[in-house]
Design a protein around this ligand. Structure first.
Ligand code: URA
Length: 249
């Protein structure tokens, strides 16, 4: 009897977590400061202001990424998908690569996985405009196959430069390719997720400081394995704590 109650309670707790993750409950109150400078005078002091960063990202996109021909994906893509959100985001989400919808629309995470990511962000009390969302690859691999090592090698410098420009306080790596690329490890996402790792931020060879990076499951995986949503929600709660955002009540 006692055991049954325990199982029931555990099940309810899991359901509650999943509900929150899906944004079905009231989103938590936000504690986001008005401006980034107010939020983090330390490392960001003297850093480029919002307009500068918007301009730097735009230059990177229009002068390099947009017409990139560094790998064969340029032959099959409809367009490159640079990423979108705030140029001074405190939090950056990094996915794997554009899928069918993203390739068509030129925006990251706008398909089914994107809808779940939007609900995850809302459950954290944030909007997509307040964070930045991008991918390791800027072009869709045909039939959504896994990115090859060569493609990651060719494309990931763009991602590193995006991160250096945005200079976030926390990075969330969604899924194995993003986590393994950024942490330069072969460990599985199951082993990596759940704790912060140090990510050296800065242009290649000139890491200025480290940023906490939280690997977690990719929304596409969560759509296939909804029972894992609770683990990702736990990871996102740690991210919220790191950013000083209030936990949902
Ligand atoms: N999956 C990703 O990793 N990125 C997207 O933009 C969409 C789906």
């Amino acid at each position: 009897m006692e055991t049954n109650l325990k199982i029931l309670r555990a099940g309810l707790r899991q359901q509650l977590k999943a509900d929150r993750l899906l944004g079905l409950r009231q989103a938590p109150l936000r504690e986001l400061p008005e401006t980034r400078e107010q939020a983090r005078p330390g490392p960001a002091a003297g850093a480029a202001n919002h307009e500068d960063r918007v301009a730097q990202l735009d230059t990177l996109n229009t002068q390099e990424v947009k017409d990139c021909r560094l790998c064969e994906l340029c032959q099959t893509r409809t367009q490159t998908v640079f990423g979108q959100g705030s140029a001074t985001a405190r939090l950056v989400f990094v996915g794997e690569a554009p899928g069918y919808e993203e390739d068509k629309q030129g925006l990251t995470f706008v398909g089914r996985a994107g809808e779940l990511l939007t609900r995850m962000i809302a459950a954290m009390g944030l909007t997509r405009d307040e964070v930045f969302i991008c991918n390791v690859l800027k072009c869709r691999p045909p039939a959504n196959r896994d990115p090859s090592a060569e493609e990651i090698l060719a494309c990931s410098p763009y991602l590193l430069r995006q991160l250096a420009i945005i200079d976030p306080e926390v990075i969330v790596a969604l899924g194995a390719p993003a986590a393994k690329t950024l942490l330069k490890t072969a460990q599985s996402i199951g082993k990596l997720r759940g704790r912060f790792h140090d990510f050296p931020l800065g242009a290649a060879g000139s890491a200025a400081r480290t940023v906490p990076l939280m690997p977690t499951y990719h929304p596409a995986y969560l759509l296939r394995s909804p029972s894992e949503k609770g683990k990702t929600w736990d990871d996102l709660l740690k991210v919220m704590a790191e950013l000083g955002l209030k936990r949902p009540t």
